[in-house]
Design a protein around this ligand. Structure first.
Ligand code: CA
Length: 214
């Protein structure tokens, strides 16, 4: 028997996901939670083999449910099911220990197959998410351990990751815009990146205070 928890606030989506779970595991027992607090309560109440977790919930982020489950039920397979395919959300979920990251826009049959596979140990990644991760490593190559960011560079990266413009970063750190531009150039070079989107990906990866987004 497969015990499955689905954390999803939209009722229609919940029904749809529940149908996908039943298609993948006909004998599944499905528990449902439509908020972060209900999800956390379910984690304390029952043990699960698999959890599908939405990120944007009315009372907080599904990431907290994911972290709780990873902490208290290490054998539970946790898969994020979301509409958010941006880098920060992906990195946030993977660094919180997700075994999979699926997008609700994916075809139903693919979702069924990926759920079957993930409980067999094959990571479940939406194709577009897998491509983004591959592109990232194609661009950055192996990490160079002697090219570590300084404290100031991490600070600047964290602020950029939050979406601040150069002038705002300069104001926040009480430095000139030229100085900030210099730091950003060094950060980009060290990380092998060339865009703000990649900078925010790394900021999230390094835990530099990008807030959870819903
Ligand atoms: Ca939602």
């Amino acid at each position: 028997m497969t015990r499955v928890l689905i954390v999803e606030d939209l009722n229609e989506t919940l029904r749809w996901l529940s149908g996908i779970v039943t298609a993948a595991f006909p004998d599944a027992t499905v528990h449902e939670a439509s908020s972060q607090s209900a999800g956390l309560a379910q984690c304390a109440r029952a043990n699960y083999d698999l959890a599908l977790i939405d990120l944007g919930l009315p009372d907080g982020s599904g990431l907290d449910v994911l972290r709780k489950l990873r902490q208290t039920q290490p054998s539970a397979v946790c898969v994020v099911t979301t509409v958010m395919g941006d880098d920060a959300s992906i990195v946030g979920a993977l660094s919180a220990g997700a075994h999979g990251y699926l997008l609700k826009e994916q075809p139903r049959d693919l979702l069924v197959m990926q759920l079957e596979q993930v409980v067999a140990g094959i990571p479940a990644l939406a194709p577009s998410v897998a491509r983004r991760i591959m592109q990232h490593f194609q661009r950055t190559g192996p990490s160079a351990p002697d090219d570590r960011l300084t404290v100031r560079e991490r600070e600047v990266l964290g602020l950029i990751g939050r979406g601040l413009r150069n002038v705002e970063v300069a104001q926040t750190l009480q430095l000139s815009e030229n100085t900030i531009a210099g730091y950003i150039k060094d950060v980009y070079r060290k990380l092998g990146i060339s865009s703000r989107a990649e900078a925010s990906w790394h900021a999230a990866r390094l835990g530099l205070g990008a807030p959870d987004r819903d």
